[in-house]
Design a protein around this ligand. Structure first.
Ligand code: HEC
Length: 132
């Protein structure tokens, strides 16, 4: 079982990298903004500034290295997401989002959702502080 879990984690880390390997952080941020502006995500999310919801860099910090992160986040975007972050407790990242519900995002195609999730998970989170 341990081996299986480790394998799955390894797999999800691998699958979250290829599209963006080699890109520098500026390029990753530029691509995220491009997609987020195009599909209206920017109304509620910024990369670093808290808006209606948690900044993408904090979402990255929470999910990097977690099994099936890409699939689960795409599901949240295309399905809807309710109160997950209340459970996560965003205070540990020093933010308090105004909204707890993300309606399902109809305008963004599945492949674009996957692309932005992969980009988000490629953000440099080494400077994100986590309060214990
Ligand atoms: C109307 C505001 C709003 C818009 C527009 C919006 N979001 Fe969100 N988003 C939220 C809120 C609120 C949450 C937290 C939901 C929760 O706690 O379950 C969230 C959560 C997320 C998460 C984390 C989901 C999880 O499972 O933890 C991702 C990734 C995300 N949004 C990406 C996007 C993308 C990409 C778009 C554009 C296609 C988008 N959002 C548009 C409000 C929004």
């Amino acid at each position: 079982m341990k081996k299986l879990v480790a394998g799955l984690i390894g797999l999800s880390v691998l699958t979250s990298i290829p599209a963006t390997a080699g890109d520098n952080q500026q390029e990753i941020e530029r691509k995220i903004r491009e997609i987020a502006d195009k599909y209206g995500c920017s109304t509620c999310h910024d990369i670093d500034q808290p808006k209606n919801s948690v900044p993408f860099r904090i979402i990255a910090k929470e999910y990097q290295g977690k099994p099936n992160a890409v699939e689960n986040l795409v599901k949240s975007i295309k399905g809807a997401s309710f109160a997950k972050w209340q459970k996560i407790g965003p205070e540990k990242y020093g933010v308090k989002p105004r909204a707890i519900y993300m309606p399902r995002q109809r305008s963004i195609p599945e492949e674009e959702a996957k692309k932005i999730v992969e980009l988000i998970l490629s953000l440099d989170t080494s400077k994100v502080q986590v309060k214990k």
